[in-house]
Design a protein around this ligand. Structure first.
Ligand code: GLY
Length: 571
């Protein structure tokens, strides 16, 4: 049944507000909300891709929850109000620095199903990879990790999980009004939803296109969330939800089985930590490439005169571009799931190696990716990020993903959630680019139970052992360069949190050999870079960064990216 209706009248708006966020001291109506882009908060802040998800996080903080509670509630809510990327059918990573000094890196990345094979997307007749299958429909889905991950993170939270799920359940059951951006996303994916589903999901409306202000009600999703609330992670990985997911797979020639769901494992990793100019950076280790590449790129920048070059000069853009080129060449060759492939982490981040990598850097001319191979001997864009700091000094940075917009576009019929298309983050065939244009090889080849390489880079920067920045973004392979640029924008260029997030970004990933620049990237810089020999390609937007900066007076400068509906909630 299609469950949508026009925006509710004002009189009903505040009724829902009181139901959804009963404990919130700053009630937000699911039918009349706004994005808050910049807010200085005295004690605590949540920044996420959607105002209602940030409000869900804030409401649990106000009920006595900590930053981990807020991060969990925000993610459950994102699965409802931000279906393009928020998810229970995908996966993610949580990096946290707790007030007691402990650092966490929790990996709930999707796993390849047991029946997956290295050549599963290669057409036997042509010998070529069919990336349509790794990107759309049932076969593109990895075994979801998000529900198990949120239960693993819950060990560090204070409130019962049912309380953290309550806002999401209310939003799914009673509905919320969608934004113009979401309406346009749903309309743009209509044909893909029709093609990838045997039962038409709630996201397809046939009477007319979606419009801003329409109400989206997701009854099946509400029922799935209620099963999780009542039964814990088993409410997703076993019983009714698992049965619905496996039935969906059988209808669509997918390969996820009941055993795959039962065998899904969250992994607790050791965070990637390193120093940069008096700050300690904490980020996600493999199977993310984010932490390692961040360490490589900041390591290559550290002894160069970036602050003297200044923000937005051709010299600083060129230097950062060349550093990005070299790190991404290594990503393609050496990074993958460390439980399946011996990622040479120590060598990749050693100062001697990083100095060698920059030996052929020439500050007067464009480098060439054809001259930059991986440096050691051989051996998505729909993701979403949230940053939280609470009054006790706990800091949480979470990036989670379906991979492409609305994942593989397949909704589990009867369970109401979208599945990821994360299998495309594997290297489906050497030399064949994934949907972000990234290449890979043996390190990131498909194998049963393996986690696909990610770029998600949830990051926390400490100063004097206390949280200074909490940062992350979606954007597929551009994630790592956006996080890098946000960090150097603050540390090297002294930009405000607002400008660090919103000033135009650029991206180089070795192959293709081009610099992606945002629309607002200045024309004079483009001309100078082109004159040096660079190829530039304009893209609409790079990332949606959610940044919390702790100011010297202890207040929090929280910034939600201006590129989307992203929003701050705090007090
Ligand atoms: N799916 C995007 C990433 O994990 O990098």
């Amino acid at each position: 049944m299609t469950l949508y209706r026009q925006a509710a009248t004002l009189s009903s708006l505040f009724l829902w507000a009181s139901i959804s966020f009963a404990q919130s001291k700053q009630p937000v109506s699911p039918f009349a909300y706004q994005s808050v882009k910049d807010q200085v908060c005295n004690k605590a802040a949540v920044v996420s891709a959607h105002p209602l998800a940030s409000a869900a996080g804030l409401s649990v903080l106000q009920q006595g929850g900590n930053a981990v509670d807020a991060a969990i509630a925000t993610q459950w809510a994102l699965a409802v109000v931000f279906p393009v990327a928020g998810n229970i059918g995908g996966g993610g990573f949580m990096v946290a620095h707790l007030a007691n000094g402990n650092t966490l890196a929790i990996d709930y990345r999707e796993m390849a199903p047991a029946a997956a094979t290295e050549n599963m997307y290669i057409d036997p007749k042509t010998g070529k990879a069919n990336t349509r299958l790794s990107q759309t429909g049932h076969l593109a889905a990895g075994v979801p990790g998000t529900p198990a991950g949120l239960f693993a993170c819950h060990k560090y939270a204070k409130l019962p999980m049912a309380k953290l799920l309550a806002p999401a359940i209310a939003l799914a059951q009673k509905g919320f009004t969608i934004t113009e951006r979401e309406a346009s996303g749903l309309n743009g994916s209509k044909a893909a939803f029709e093609k990838s589903n045997t039962t038409l999901p709630v996201f397809v409306r046939n009477d007319r296109p979606w419009q801003a202000g329409d109400t989206l009600i997701q009854t099946d999703l509400a029922n799935t969330l209620k099963r999780i609330s009542a039964q814990g992670a088993k409410g997703f990985y076993q019983g009714e939800t698992a049965r619905l997911l496996v039935n969906e797979m059988e209808r669509g020639a997918g390969i996820i089985t009941l055993a795959d769901l039962k065998n899904y494992k969250v992994k607790t990793r050791t965070a990637t930590t390193f120093n940069y100019k008096g700050h300690q950076i904490i980020s996600m280790p493999p199977p993310s490439s984010g932490g390692i590449l961040l360490q490589q790129m900041l390591g290559m920048l550290e002894n160069r005169p970036l602050p003297q070059y200044g923000y937005g000069t051709v010299k600083s853009v060129q230097l950062i571009t060349e550093v990005e080129r070299r790190a991404y060449a290594d990503r393609a060759e050496h990074l993958g799931d460390p439980d399946f492939y011996p990622v040479p982490i120590k060598q990749l981040v050693s100062p001697t190696y990083l100095a060698q990598r920059m030996a052929n850097y020439d500050s007067t001319t464009a480098g060439k990716s054809s001259n930059i191979a991986a440096g050691l001997p051989a051996e998505s864009s729909q993701t979403t990020h949230l940053s939280v700091v609470d009054a006790q000094g706990n800091a949480v940075s979470v990036t989670t993903t379906l991979n492409g917009s609305y994942g593989c576009k397949t909704v589990v019929a009867g369970a109401g959630f979208l599945l990821n298309n994360e299998m495309d983050d594997f290297s489906v065939q050497p030399g064949v680019a994934n949907m972000y244009g990234a290449l890979g090889g043996k390190a990131n080849a498909i194998a049963p139970g393996k986690r696909m390489l990610s770029s998600m880079t949830p990051t926390i920067v400490l100063k004097n052992n206390k949280p200074f920045m909490v940062v992350g973004t979606p954007g597929g392979t551009t994630i790592i360069t956006s996080v890098l640029q946000s960090i150097v924008n603050v540390i090297d260029f002294g930009l405000s949190a607002h400008h660090a997030v919103n000033k135009p970004k650029f991206h180089h990933q070795w192959q293709p050999d081009e610099i992606l620049v945002e629309k607002a990237f200045p024309q004079n810089l483009r001309a100078q870079l082109t004159a040096m020999g660079y190829t530039l390609k304009e893209v609409n937007a790079i990332g949606r960064t959610e940044l919390i900066l702790v100011m010297p007076n202890g207040k929090l400068d929280a910034v939600a990216d201006g590129r989307g509906d992203d929003s701050v909630a705090g007090y």
